[in-house]
Design a protein around this ligand. Structure first.
Ligand code: ADP
Length: 439
């Protein structure tokens, strides 16, 4: 009957092999046969050649042998085609399929409808289908409008939120088809609904990501434009100046030119790193690195880039070596980001203090500033991708919200971490933690 040989079938779970669909659930049929010793009902099963058949099932429990004896008789041919079709529809689980009368009241109900909408057969029959719509859609007359369109054009498709019996919502893809009798009079509607919440959430996530990406690209373009404007400005001044004036201009412009070039390269480097991170192609070195000269260099670089010397950058002396395991370039990238933030977000100037400490198994580099601080409500999101703190009474500070996100990821991938130690109206302190090298 099924087309499987004895060898193919032995040892298989029959319901899986035959893709059995039950009038209720598989579990309830098994529960019934184990409790009462007997289960009877109509099943839809699939033959080896893929054809679906309807069988009359009679299952008996043999408690001594701990076996369930399944006697299934194929009745596909005995059934009128309408009845066969009805059994098939009733057993479908992934689609809610039901008929409505001309007013929109429910006349039939299947297993899929029970699972998707949450109402049992008995409850659903006679109900108006508008109960599945969110109150705002029902009040706006959406269900009636859909029936009207189906009536006039033959069918209507819709995607939107629907409400289950327990009040939770799901995102549905639905088709309503108008049904007519032989003389062309409307007899009702057939409605097929699928729960596509998962697809919809994924679609929304991709859309949000797309939006965040284009907002980010805008920001990067903006951030690249301002140093470029400076470079262009100096270039045109060079072009217009006499050879004597050029000397003087050179002296005045070089630090700014250098600083702007570094600013742009840093931005491009950060973008490349973020892209690598997201593609999963980031490779990190695991060298033994002495942090002391590395911090010295980063502080030096930050000093050199500081255009107005309103800040004092200090590295509290650390008289020993302190070796960690990591990628020197990436450690420097993190430190430069912390130092640049410390300067950017302390517009009134003040000391920026870098300290190095050794704990039991970590090295801690802290960077402390006396700047604007970070509001408590923003501190939780601080390390999220592209997150920036909006400050109303503070002129635009260049940035893209990449720095802290990237720095923390880089630190974590080297077995360390990046944390905000404290922050308030008086300033902030961030700490980079790195694993010590074995001594
Ligand atoms: P960016 O500086 O490019 O905006 P970051 O990821 O480096 O991006 O920082 C995220 C946000 O955290 C910044 O927009 C800034 O508001 C805040 N922030 C970072 N460092 C400090 C700091 N030292 N003091 C105050 N705010 C800071």
């Amino acid at each position: 009957m099924y087309g499987y040989s004895r060898k193919e079938a032995l040892g298989q779970v029959s319901a899986d092999l035959l893709k059995t669909r039950y009038p209720g659930s598989r579990a309830s049929a098994y529960a019934m046969v184990t409790e009462n010793g007997l289960w009877e009902g109509r099943l839809v099963q699939t033959r080896k050649d893929g054809v679906e058949i309807v069988v009359d099932g009679k299952w008996v429990l043999d408690p001594a042998a701990k076996l369930i004896l399944e006697v299934n008789r194929e009745i596909t041919e005995d059934l009128a085609s309408a009845e066969r079709f009805q059994i098939l529809v009733e057993s479908i689980k992934d689609y809610a399929i039901f008929l409505l009368d001309t007013e929109g009241r429910i006349r039939t109900w299947n297993e899929g409808a029970r699972r998707i909408n949450g109402y049992d057969n008995g409850e659903a029959i006679g109900m108006h289908f508008s109960v599945f719509y969110p109150p705002e859609d029902a009040e706006a007359g959406k269900p009636e409008r859909e029936l009207a369109v189906a009536r006039e054009t033959g069918r209507v498709e819709d995607e939107g939120w629907r409400v289950r019996k327990d009040g939770t919502r799901f995102f549905a893809s639905a088709v309503i088809t108008a049904l007519h009798n032989a003389s062309g009079r409307l007899t009702g509607y057939a409605k097929v609904t699928r729960d596509i919440t998962a697809n919809q959430l994924e679609r929304q996530r991709l859309l949000d990501l797309e939006r965040a990406k284009s907002a980010f690209l805008n920001l990067v373009a903006h951030e690249l434009r301002s140093p470029l404007t400076v470079l262009r400005g100096y270039l045109s001044m060079y072009r217009a100046s006499t050879p004597e004036a050029r000397r003087d201009l050179e002296e005045r412009s070089l630090p700014a030119l250098e600083a702007k070039t570094v600013e742009m390269s840093r931005l491009v480097d950060q973008m490349v790193e973020v892209a690598r991170l997201e593609e999963g192609s980031l490779r990190l070195r695991t060298d033994t690195v002495d942090l002391v000269p590395l911090i010295d260099e980063s502080v030096e670089l930050a000093r050199a880039l500081e255009e107005s010397p309103a800040h004092r950058l200090m590295f509290e002396p650390y008289p020993y070596e302190l070796n960690v395991v990591g990628d020197p370039e990436r450690i420097q990238m993190i430190l430069s980001n912390l130092l640049s933030n410390a300067i950017k977000y302390s517009p009134g100037g003040g000391d920026v203090i870098v300290r190095l400490e050794k704990t039991a198994n970590l090295a801690r580099v802290s960077v402390e500033d006396h700047g604007v601080g970070i509001p408590l409500t923003e501190q939780v999101r601080l390390f999220s991708r592209f997150m920036r703190v909006e400050r109303a009474n503070y002129d635009h500070v260049p940035g893209t919200g990449m720095g802290l996100y990237l720095s923390r990821e880089l630190a974590r991938r080297q077995g360390g971490d990046l944390v905000l130690q404290w922050s308030g109206p008086g300033g902030s302190s961030f700490a980079l933690l790195m694993p010590l090298a074995p001594s």
